[in-house]
Design a binder for this molecule. Structure first.
Ligand SMILES: *[C@@H]1O[C@H](CO)[C@@H](O)[C@H](O)[C@H]1NC(C)=O
Length: 321
């Protein structure tokens, strides 16, 4: 089991440092982009300018991770790669806008720049097809067919896929972050923190994705005016109506992850869990009849905790306690 765990982590995830002032690191799945590229991002000197003082500007790498607003320029090197991808991530309560400032690419010759509304890692998408309001085809916005109109992300993450084949060609984009009053689908920028999700009488399902093995603590879950004063309770049989699901897995697509627990308002059980999965998701299922509110905190499991619960649990895909 331990061996599987290692190869799994090594094959699917690479450690990548975010270009944020705090310098947090996280796992990022190889997106059919050469591993060397990811490691060069990891080892590179990341600028730590404050976005408040002036517009942050820097070159965009073929494989990149951006956690700030700013202006980013890609210029194709003498021997350009065919597949480039930049991951953008903001705080949970933010969304992005992107504007093209300057584009010099050969669309007819096969170059492209595509904005994806979400993240794609090894074919797995976040938010999943079920949870995103738009069909997949409308989540890819191709510069070559749509022109330079600006785009906005639906959540705190989006990606830029691009291919620029002639040395010296390239593009410049300005990316800004905006407040999102009701964030729904979120990838956590940090391995620990707390979050309150509010779904205002809408029939939709929202996922908060923690891409680390995590210890979770649900401190409040209430359904509108029927708000329960007791803490959420874990269910053995499954809940109906509005409830909270905890999912675990190794990819990004929440629809492919396994249910670990469900929290209804009318069952009794613990509200704290340790989940030894590479990706842990807190998912709020809402019927639209209530204003749902969910508050939780999370911390990255330390190595000793992780090893202990792996030893104590059976053969399941990832261990829980
Ligand atoms: C939300 O999830 C539940 C349970 O997984 C499902 O039955 C329901 O259809 C989903 N709602 C939407 C709007 O996708």
């Amino acid at each position: 089991m331990r061996v599987m765990e290692r190869t799994f982590r090594e094959q699917l995830f690479l450690l990548l440092c975010l270009s944020v002032p705090r310098g947090d690191c996280r796992y990022i799945e190889d997106n059919e982009v050469p591993q060397d590229d990811l490691f060069s991002v990891l080892n590179s000197d990341l600028k730590r300018d404050s976005p408040e003082t002036s517009m942050y500007r820097r070159p965009l790498r073929c494989v990149d991770m951006v956690a700030m607003e700013g202006q980013f320029t890609f210029t194709a090197p003498p021997r350009p790669r065919l597949a480039c991808a930049a991951f953008f991530i903001a705080e949970p309560n933010q969304v992005f806008s992107l504007e093209y400032d300057h584009v010099d690419i050969d669309c007819r010759g096969g170059d492209f720049i595509k904005v994806f509304d979400g993240w794609v890692l090894k074919g797995e998408k976040f938010p999943s097809l079920q949870d995103h309001a738009l069909p997949l085809s409308e989540r890819y916005l191709d510069y070559c067919s749509l022109g330079s109109r600006g785009v906005r992300s639906s959540q705190n993450v989006f990606m830029l896929f691009f291919r620029v084949r002639h040395a010296g060609d390239g593009f410049t984009v300005t990316v800004r972050q905006h407040l999102n009053p009701f964030p729904c689908n979120i990838i956590s920028q940090t391995p620990g923190g707390s979050f309150t999700m509010v779904v205002p009488q809408q029939r939709k399902n929202c996922s908060f994705s923690i891409i680390y093995p995590a210890e979770l603590q649900i401190s409040d879950f209430s359904l509108g005016h029927y708000s329960d004063t007791t803490f959420p309770k874990r269910s053995v049989m499954g809940c109906s109506g509005d409830f909270v699901e905890l999912l675990g897995g190794s990819g990004l697509d929440t629809s492919k992850m396994s249910p670990i627990a469900e929290l209804c308002t009318s069952f009794s059980g613990p509200t704290q869990m340790k989940i030894g999965c590479d990706n842990t998701v807190v998912r709020l299922v809402s019927s639209g009849r209530f204003v749902n509110r969910l508050t939780f905190s999370y911390n990255q499991l330390d190595q000793s905790d992780l090893h202990r619960i792996q030893l104590n649990s059976g053969d399941d895909f990832c261990s829980t306690e």
